[in-house]
Design a protein. Structure first.
Length: 135
């Protein structure tokens, strides 16, 4: 099962980065989504891509400004994602996102790993833009 870890530094304070990542009702900074539906109890959510493709996420950890994790699944993959958040000592934030997934079909692991890397780079870029920290 491919596992990909990405680290990034932001000049925004940790509470702001945390809020952008975890606030499921404010997802407009994500250019890859058309909708997010949250469960009534907040324990899970479904993200819909711009083409309407759903992925289910079940939250497994929520430690404010420190740790956020969930299991994920759609018709192509199943896996888990974990994010760690740390202040950088200068008022900014360092994040580490790890995702591992398994194909439900015949997708080779090296293709799945490339997909996960691309998705994480894209997510970090969208988060950076959403925070107003474009390069």
């Amino acid at each position: 099962m491919p596992k990909v870890t990405t680290q990034a530094a932001f000049s925004s304070p940790i509470y702001r980065v945390w809020h952008m990542v975890t606030n499921l009702s404010n997802w407009g900074w994500r250019d890859d989504l058309s909708e997010i539906e949250s469960s009534p109890d907040g324990s899970s959510f479904i993200e819909y891509t711009n083409k309407g493709f759903p992925t289910l996420f079940r939250i497994t950890a929520f430690a404010p400004c420190r740790w956020y994790a969930f299991d994920l699944e759609n018709e192509h993959i199943t896996g888990k994602w974990e994010g760690f958040f740390q202040p950088d000592g200068n008022g900014g934030t360092v994040v580490e996102f790890t995702e591992e997934a398994e194909s439900r079909g015949k997708m080779p692991n090296f293709i799945l790993e490339m997909y996960l890397r691309r998705q994480q780079r894209r997510y970090i870029a969208m988060l950076r833009r959403g925070l107003g920290e474009e390069d």
